[in-house]
Design a binder for this molecule. Structure first.
Ligand SMILES: [Zn+2]
Length: 450
């Protein structure tokens, strides 16, 4: 069915919104306007929402009620955003152990949307949210899609491992009418599959290419090696994984457009994303209150690394207050030249689980080790660092033809220097590094208690 994007944008979608009663368009328009408010105005709105969410949870949620009582916190003590630090951190373990209790009064699981986290750290969480809340999160993702040059009504192309295709007539119809999408499964990435994807591209004409960072990189490399042409996005959005600098460079070179990095998760939706200035990632303070907490429990100052702790300001069905997402990030105090009031944060230095441990207990971000070696030492296609005990580190690499014994020695020297000479470094050359079920692969895996 060939429909012009303008028809989709100005006629079909508004009619669909009226018929289905979705608040998506209303909220998206609000978000389009609010992004250019000053940071001060945005912070005031954020605080009002935060206060409301904490009050709501205290009055209507058995889990928070109990936690507040256990910690002796009274509602009237939360007078400023800083006071929120009195509330204990919500961990993934807590959520797994108290899933039922975390559902607020007045909501029943049978009427809520269920989502599951990927579980790439070996744990998976069941989450619940209302359809309205889900549409609010979609509105925020849509605002970011437009930053990349995509316009509402234009088709998109999705690239990752095991994509979820629309099922059922209603979903297929919605997909065809509102947002035609072509898919490429990078778990089965062959030249044939990419040729078919390019043919789909010519037929459907998507303008946005989005997917997991590494999946898009694999596609870009395949395009580079085979010369398959016709895949021509206006912008690329990379999400769900750390975007490595060399991967970004290859993607930008192959498709001749910029990559817009996005950071988000199932639990709270879009957390931060790059605008067309690429001066940092704008934090979604419309929907979230984001803290960066240092190892000693104090807040990280601008430029300092901290564990990301998030309070969701819109999901009342299953409130997330001070949720430790197990990712690391850096808050920034500089302003983006685009003029948006949404504050900036620095790229994610890796998940907490991606940190490796020296013998003295100090931590090293696996991602930085990979950035410092993969991009500098020639001949390494892919790399993964695995630590099972405090005495040794295993480095799995997929070498290419350029990899020499000299490169091998350089790599071992680098790791010995970084971890100390008393750490045993094992280097294995492997044919491939297995991806997780969702097509993501983990750069570093630490199985040592930290
Ligand atoms: Zn900006």
């Amino acid at each position: 069915m060939k429909v012009h994007p303008l028809i989709r944008r100005s006629i079909i979608e508004p009619l669909w919104a009226i018929k289905s009663g979705t608040p998506l368009l209303r909220h998206w328009r609000e978000l389009e306007e609010s992004q250019f408010l000053s940071e001060k105005q945005l912070r005031e709105r954020q605080w009002a929402r935060l206060k409301m969410m904490v009050e709501f949870a205290f009055l209507n949620n058995a889990y928070y009620r109990r936690r507040f009582e256990e910690y002796g916190i009274r509602l009237e003590e939360i007078k400023t955003p800083e006071d929120l630090r009195k509330v204990p951190i919500l961990t993934k373990k807590e959520i797994r152990g108290h899933g039922e209790e975390l559902i607020s009064n007045g909501f029943s699981r049978s009427h809520l949307m269920e989502a599951k986290t990927g579980g790439s750290t070996g744990t998976s969480l069941k989450l619940y949210l209302t359809e309205v809340c889900s549409e609010l999160k979609n509105a925020c993702a849509r605002r970011h899609n437009r930053w990349s040059g995509w316009e509402v009504g234009e088709p998109v192309a999705a690239v990752w491992g095991n994509p979820v295709y629309p099922v059922g007539l209603k979903e297929k119809l919605r997909d065809a009418l509102l947002s035609p999408t072509i898919y490429l499964d990078t778990m089965a990435l062959t030249e044939e599959a990419v040729k078919k994807f390019a043919a789909d591209w010519k037929r459907v004409r998507p303008t946005l290419l989005f997917g997991h960072a590494h999946s898009i990189y694999l596609l870009a490399k395949m395009v580079l090696e085979t010369g398959i042409h016709g895949i021509a996005p206006k912008g690329v959005i990379s999400s769900s994984m750390m975007l490595l600098p060399h991967e970004r460079a290859v993607i930008e070179r192959v498709f001749s457009v910029k990559v817009f990095n996005r950071y988000g998760c199932e639990e709270v939706g879009l957390i931060s994303s790059e605008c067309d200035r690429h001066e940092g990632m704008h934090i979604n303070i419309d929907h979230l209150f984001v803290e960066f907490i240092k190892e000693d429990g104090t807040p990280a100052q601008p430029g300092e690394l901290g564990a990301i702790v998030i309070t969701d300001l819109i999901n009342k069905a299953m409130p997330f207050i001070r949720y430790r997402i197990e990712d690391m990030g850096v808050p920034l105090d500089r302003k983006c030249s685009c003029g948006r009031g949404l504050p900036l944060m620095e790229k994610i230095a890796g998940r907490v689980a991606d940190f490796l441990v020296r013998k003295d207990g100090t931590l090293i971000a696996g991602i930085s080790l990979i950035e410092n070696t993969l991009t500098r030492i020639p001949g390494i296609e892919q790399m993964q660092i695995v630590q099972n005990d405090r005495e040794s580190i295993r480095v799995n690499i997929v070498p290419d033809q350029a990899f020499s014994s000299e490169n091998r020695n350089e790599l071992i020297r680098y790791f010995s220097k970084t971890f100390g000479l008393n750490m045993q470094i094992e280097l294995s050359e492997v044919g491939e590094i297995q991806a997780e079920r969702n097509g993501k692969y983990r750069f570093s895996i630490c199985n040592v208690d930290q």
